[in-house]
Design a protein around this ligand. Structure first.
Ligand code: COA
Length: 152
């Protein structure tokens, strides 16, 4: 069966659906409603959601320097290509490539990003209270902290 998918910009009325996805994806470090609404103000063109049959099933927030601030897909819709669709949209918009921080213990996300061609280019010890961050990059985007990280 073909899965319907549509990518569009975030609208304020999406907020509760985004918060549900967020709580599932990041139970210990949930972004608040205010944080998401600030992102919507600051990045109106690059806070993107993906809908399937009119349900919001995932989102990505990035900026035009190529920094992915956050991305998540609703649990029951994972491994169906929605995460990749959001990522590829960001890659088309951020012309120099993409970079991000990811928890070193988030094996699933690290495998996902590697599959999409990203490479681990650095590490920030204790970036999160209980974990290190790995810096991953694709293309020529330049993470501002690159000089301060321990490059592999
Ligand atoms: C990471 C995340 C966004 C991926 O979304 P998704 O829609 O499931 O990803 P896709 O279906 O597009 O996956 C594309 C490919 O990436 C790889 N991949 C995705 N998730 C993976 C996992 N958990 N383990 C290993 N490989 C994975 C697979 O190769 C997959 O292709 P396949 O299903 O044909 O094998 C999703 O797992 C998620 O929301 N995780 C929780 C939030 C999170 O960790 N966000 C990233 C923080 S930096």
């Amino acid at each position: 069966m073909k899965i319907e998918a549509k990518i569009r910009k975030f609208k304020a009325e999406d907020i509760n659906k985004i918060l549900e996805i967020e709580k599932q994806a990041f139970p210990k470090t949930v972004f608040s409603k205010v944080t998401f609404l600030n992102y919507a103000d600051n990045f109106p063109d690059t806070f993107i959601v993906v809908e399937s049959n009119k349900n919001i099933v995932g989102y990505i927030i990035f900026d035009l320097t190529g920094h992915i601030h956050s991305t998540a897909v609703k649990q029951s819709y994972r491994r169906k290509g929605f995460g990749k669709m959001l990522f590829m949209h960001a890659l088309r918009c951020a012309k120099k490539g993409l970079w991000l921080e990811v928890r070193s213990r988030n094996r699933g996300a690290i495998e996902f990003y590697k599959r999409l061609g990203m490479k681990i280019v650095g590490k920030i010890p204790k970036y999160y209270r209980d974990d290190d961050a790995l810096i991953m990059r694709l293309g020529n985007s330049i993470p501002p902290r690159a000089g301060k990280t321990n490059n592999f």
